[in-house]
Design a protein around this ligand. Structure first.
Ligand code: 5GP
Length: 179
């Protein structure tokens, strides 16, 4: 069923059951990959909070959790400007860091965040992003290790992702309707 948020109409795209299955699979993989380690999960606010919570339920590792906020987006178009709104409080030195992102679009946000994180001298850094838009991404990331879904260059919302700060609480992911 289509939904309307402000001036835009959205249609269902990735349903809850499909997201849940994929998040569970990624969580299990991380559990195996970090079996003998104590990684720090670094969630990028605000979009990653659903994903982060569901992922952490799967991993059952001895983990630490922290959040950062970087803003680069207004409405449905990337502004290109970057602002650090919350700093990293956890000590990342010699730690295995897993950055949890909602979506990698142009890649500018992630590039900026990685630059900041490497200054903290972590032992390793991997990125886990629920969504990835390969056609939009302008940066090559060796760290982008776990990807939920590769999607076309379309605007999506739901499951943590917003449009004008609305729609984050939707359980399914929607995309702009093609009508
Ligand atoms: P990037 O810097 O990779 O272009 O953009 C990253 C940020 O832009 C994401 O963390 C997210 O907040 C926002 N963003 C990019 N694409 C979308 C999209 O399709 N839907 C929503 N809701 N936000 C997006």
């Amino acid at each position: 069923m289509q939904i309307k948020i402000d001036d835009k109409t959205f249609e269902p795209y990735l349903l809850k059951s499909k997201i849940e299955a994929r998040v569970a699979a990624i969580g299990q993989q991380i559990k195996i990959d970090y079996k003998d380690k104590q990684p720090v999960f670094l969630g990028v606010l605000s979009g990653s909070f659903f994903f982060m919570a569901d992922l952490l339920k799967q991993t059952a590792l001895d983990v630490e959790i922290s959040f950062v906020k970087l803003a680069s987006y207004e409405g449905v178009r990337s502004s290109g400007k970057m602002e650090l709104q919350l700093s990293i409080h956890t000590d990342l030195k010699n730690r295995d860091v897993i950055i949890v992102e909602d979506i990698v679009d142009t890649g500018h946000t992630l590039k900026c965040l990685l630059d900041l994180i490497y200054q903290e001298k972590p032992a390793s850094v991997r990125v886990c992003s629920l969504l990835y838009k390969p056609a939009a991404c302008q940066v090559q990331f060796d760290e982008l290790h776990y990807i939920g879904f590769e999607i076309p260059n379309e605007f999506v919302l739901g499951y943590g992702l917003d449009y004008n700060d609305k729609g984050r609480n939707l359980r399914d992911i929607y995309r702009l309707a093609s009508i």
